[in-house]
Design a protein around this ligand. Structure first.
Ligand SMILES: [Zn+2]
Length: 321
């Protein structure tokens, strides 16, 4: 038996994750136009593109969570609970200490529909996907709002690690299943009165009889169901393949809330593989490790603009070839 050096360690989501902060972050001083041009060149030459999307992507595409948008869409709840620290935006509202399950699902069904099933900020997502046609593509996302799949990216190419606004689970995670609740949310939305839903619409765990919760990662009871694990497997396969090819990691609006899932791992992957380039788009957090040199492009700009400019550049080079 001979030892085959070409056999590489299989990469998994678990060993992809990374908690180490880069100590040499810089804001690149390359002019915007030159950065876009270089990003276009790198993507054009790549066989694989791994997208990493965070909340900044949805926001850049037009999703709103606070301000006047919240005031307009959650006035009913502000009237009941006041405008205190919770009732300011959709993230905080979900954490309100509701007096009962009827009230909790009254707000959550409304929120889940607005932030998930009924959200459509897909034009920017479509622009990006169109521009990347022909590339081997995979999306790693911490967003639960399904905007890339709505824009046409096949589910098989998506790993949304933090859950979904469409799914519910046992609050204690007593069994590894999730349930599509969109239709139930619509019933709740219609039946809600003074912020509360009728008791008969309150979901109960079919196994332990206890309360249900959104399938959004916020504590240790988050359920990783069969679909989650299947997506993780496909992600690992894509990862194991792309580290041996010409690859661009295209990071979209990832900040520092959960940097260990996309930001830090992308930096580590780029550091360890000379064939990988990191393109980081963010309105204000596109700092990149200096040690990555030319293999990192950090574009601090309005992301709707930078995505459109990169897409236009790719279309142009495609038209010329
Ligand atoms: Zn249960």
């Amino acid at each position: 038996m001979t030892f085959d050096r070409s056999v590489k360690k299989k990469m998994t989501f678990e060993n992809f994750l990374c908690g180490s902060y880069a100590r040499d972050y810089i804001v690149q001083d390359t002019p915007y136009a030159a950065q876009i041009k270089e990003a276009v060149r790198r993507i054009r030459e790549a066989d694989y593109v791994m997208l990493g999307a965070g909340a900044g992507m949805s926001a850049a595409a037009g999703a709103e969570y606070g301000g006047s948008f919240f005031e307009e869409n959650f006035a009913e709840f502000q009237k009941i609970y006041g405008k205190g620290p919770y009732m300011q935006d959709m993230y905080s509202a979900g954490f309100y200490p509701f007096p009962d399950e009827e009230s909790r699902w009254g707000l959550w069904s409304h929120l889940a529909l607005i932030a998930g099933a009924d959200l459509d900020v897909t034009p920017l997502h479509r622009t990006l996907l169109d521009a990347l046609k022909g590339k081997k593509l995979f999306l790693l996302s911490t967003n639960a709002d399904h905007q890339f799949d709505k824009a046409g990216l096949p589910t098989e190419q998506i790993f949304a690690t933090q859950g979904s606004y469409n799914l519910i689970q046992c609050q204690r995670g007593c069994h590894p299943k999730t349930y599509d609740a969109v239709e139930r949310f619509r019933e709740m939305e219609l039946a809600r009165k003074d912020g509360r839903i009728p008791t008969e619409l309150v979901p109960k765990c079919p196994v332990c009889g206890g309360p249900m919760a959104m399938n959004l990662r916020c504590d240790n009871f988050f359920v990783e169901d069969e679909n989650w694990h299947a997506a993780e497997d496909r992600f690992s396969r894509f990862l194991s393949e792309c580290v041996n090819g010409k690859t661009v990691l295209l990071e979209l609006g990832v900040g520092f809330n959960t940097p260990t899932i996309i930001r830090f791992p992308f930096e580590k992957l780029t550091r360890e593989h000379e064939n990988i380039t990191l393109i980081r788009l963010s309105r204000s957090k596109a700092i990149v490790p200096a040690s990555l040199g030319e293999r990192a492009i950090g574009i601090n700009a309005d992301m709707a603009e930078s995505i459109s400019d990169i897409a236009a550049g790719l279309r142009e080079t495609r038209a010329l070839s």
